[in-house]
Write a new protein. Structure first.
Length: 318
């Protein structure tokens, strides 16, 4: 693990509760899926589902593609000892609504979903912890003047700042272009069948790599959630938000003004480490970068203990 810290660091309705058994005890052998509370909220006509466990300052976890709230189970199990951990199903996934139109996946709607969850949770001390596409939304949320007062801290995992991400796309090598080929399939509405096959393959790989050797109830739980997730909805995320060729660097995102912890697996073939350069120039607050050599796109599953300890240590300093 490589750990770098830069200071001052640069660069940024109605609730329905249907389970009420939120308990967080260190060493509790009861499965997390049996201990979380489930919530449904209405945001502009769309249901957004999230789970919660624990008490204390709020940690809001936002997953990417093609996952759902349980992506964060390892971190929630530990951090709920002294935090209220909330993990949402973003629209299109699991128990949240799945609009069919591309416009419903525009960044404004995705940010408003996070805002609605924060309002429903009733917390003012919020740390956003986000991965992959959820991280893209979180970067934008933290930079947007309509929402940036809602988050006090930002933890980003394996998605570079939008400026670094688009700069890398604009200058990508042929090898890097292979790593982002999947996105060029997802952004093309004419390739709907290919997109569905691609996402099915990604879910199957996750099951084989991380889930199939778990408790039988966990395997069934994750499989069931995957069947509820819409491949078409995931494609809409990309169609509404992913850059198109010819790629150009985004330069107009406002500065981030809250502390940021960025965790990045350096072996990620989809989000290249090149995009990390200059992030400190886009953050007007403390910025901490932690990199894991040999770790890929999903550190919170590949090296969960490292990720959890890194987040906990950083939270204690902020």
């Amino acid at each position: 693990m490589q750990y770098r810290s830069f200071k001052p660091l640069v660069f940024a309705l109605g609730a329905f509760l249907y389970v009420s058994v939120s308990t967080c005890f260190a060493g509790d052998e009861t499965l997390l899926i049996d201990r979380v509370e489930h919530h449904n909220i209405d945001n502009k006509g769309h249901n957004i589902h999230y789970v919660s466990i624990g008490e204390g300052p709020l940690l809001l976890f936002v997953h990417g593609a093609p996952d759902f709230w349980y992506l964060w189970h390892e971190q929630m199990e530990t951090l709920c000892e002294d935090h209220r951990c909330i993990a949402m199903d973003t629209r299109g996934y699991n128990r949240s609504d799945k609009p069919v139109d591309m416009e419903s996946y525009a960044m404004d709607f995705l940010m408003s979903d996070i805002d609605a969850v924060i309002d429903d949770a009733g917390n003012t001390d919020v740390t956003l912890i986000a991965h992959d596409f959820g991280g893209l939304v979180a970067w934008n949320f933290a930079a947007d003047e309509r929402y940036n007062s809602k988050a006090d801290r930002l933890v980003i995992i394996n998605i570079t700042h939008p400026r670094g991400f688009t700069r890398t796309l604009a200058n990508q090598t042929p090898e890097q272009a292979k790593g982002t080929a999947y996105a060029r399939v997802l952004v093309d509405p004419a390739q709907e069948e290919a997109a569905a096959n691609l996402l099915d393959g990604a879910i199957k790989l996750r099951m084989e790599t991380w889930w199939n050797d778990k408790d039988a109830r966990i395997v069934a739980f994750v499989n069931e959630a995957n069947t509820r997730t819409s491949a078409a909805s995931i494609a809409r995320y990309y169609q509404a938000n992913y850059p198109r060729e010819p790629y150009t660097e985004i330069t107009d995102l406002p500065q981030i003004e809250i502390p940021v912890l960025q965790i990045h697996g350096l072996a990620d073939l989809a989000v290249y480490k090149d995009g990390l350069a200059d992030t400190w120039d886009w953050i007007d607050a403390d910025y901490t970068l932690v990199t894991y050599p040999g770790v890929g796109h999903i550190p919170q599953l590949e090296v969960p203990d490292k990720v959890t300890k890194t987040i906990r240590r950083w939270l204690r300093t902020q």
